[in-house]
Structure formats: C-alpha cells, structure tokens
Design a protein around this ligand. Sequence first.
Ligand code: S3P
Length: 174
Amino acid sequence: MKNIILIGFMGVGKGSVAREVSKHSQYITIDTDDLIESMENKKIKNIFSESGEEYFRKLEKNIAKWLEKSVKNTLISTGGGFYKQENLKKIGIIVLLDSPFDAIIARIKKHPNAAKKLKKRPLLSDLEKAKVLYNERRPEYLQLADIVIDVTEKSAEDCSKELLKKVKKYAYKS
Ligand code: S3P
C-alpha cells in the first residue's frame, strides 16, 4: 500500500474523510497539523500568532521530509497549504477533496462547533481574503492531484468509499 495524501482547502472535510477511510480500510491516519501541534505543544493558531506563518511553513517542510523518508502504508491528511511541499509527489498518491468556496464555508457554518472551527484557522478569519487564497490555490490543487473527489453535499462516509474505489483503480493502473 502506498501512502495516500489528502489535500484541499481549509474546512473541506479532510479530517472527517480520513477518519471514515480508516474505518473502512486498513489505513491508519495521521494529520500534519496534529503532528505540528504535538511537536510544538501549541495550537496552530498560537504558532501563527506567536511565531508567524513563515515559521509554521518551516515546520510543515520538516514534516514533509520525515513523511517521505519514514512513513509507509498510511493515510496522511494535511493542512490546506501543505500541498506546496516540493516532495509531495514522492510521499504518495495525492487525493484532492474539492468543493466550491461558498459550499466549504456553508459546510463549516452548519457545524455545531462552527465558531471554534473558524477561530482555529487564522487564514479563515477574513473570508474575503480566504476566497482570494482559494482562487489562487484551486488550480494548483487540481494540477497536483492524482485523484479528485468532489465532496460537495456528500457525506464523509460516501466520500471515503469513493476515495477507496478510486485509489484501488489508480494503484492498479500505475
Ligand atoms: C492552512 C490550513 C490549516 C492549517 C493552517 C494553515 C492553510 O489546516 O494548516 O491554519 O494554509 O490553508 P486545515 O486545512 O486543516 O484547516
């Protein structure tokens, strides 16, 4: 089994889909933001406010190097900006969770913990700026992805089943 790397914009549901995939397969899941938080013993929003985004991106780079060298057979969910790591293709099969910006924001707002979900993401604090970021990133996400899953209005469980089916087909072809 190759690693699967889940990429996609903040709030698209990478964590929820990853949890469903591990329920329905043998994949164990790890999350790059969780690794960073435990290494630093700090929440992402505090890393941003105390040390700045550039420092956070350096931590992501260290994680990317470690993933390439040391992690196998794993489902890796990533922060929305992790896709910029230049060794991404060497880590595993890249799966993009895709959805329009407005649908992503609507999904977050519908959640019972919406305020917390928005607060923990510094780059979502200004929705106008977040939309600009989304528009910049989306073509780059699409270009990198080996597999694309449109998650709009689908449950995490359905997305996970679609993901496993597409990964199997992809692995068979390559
Ligand atoms: C970021 C996304 C966040 C987190 C950090 C930066 C980004 O992760 O890594 O706040 O640059 O898009 P999620 O995509 O899980 O929200």
